[in-house]
Design a protein. Structure first.
Length: 83
């Protein structure tokens, strides 16, 4: 599921949300659907790897890394202790 940034034309709120294909997102404040999709900001270059690894550790903790080998899971989960 991709993460998109939106601007609500009804109440002026800016927010981001995960959107499945075929789903229509709604504003979390006013529940309106008159939304404008915005270009997401890029993560700073030095932090992209740290952000990616943090997301992998969260996914591993939730059991979503089943396609990784046991040694890869162990490497990813080692960093979790440092958080």
């Amino acid at each position: 599921m991709p993460l998109y940034d939106y601007h609500c034309s009804t109440c002026g709120a800016d927010f981001e949300t995960l959107v499945r294909s075929g789903d229509t997102p709604s504003c979390p404040q006013c529940h309106g659907v008159a939304l404008e999709k915005r270009v997401s900001r890029l993560a700073p270059a030095g932090k992209i790897e740290a952000i990616r690894m943090a997301h992998r550790r969260v996914a591993a903790a939730q059991g979503h890394l089943d396609h990784y080998s046991p040694s890869d899971k162990a490497k990813l989960l080692q960093g979790k202790k440092n958080i």
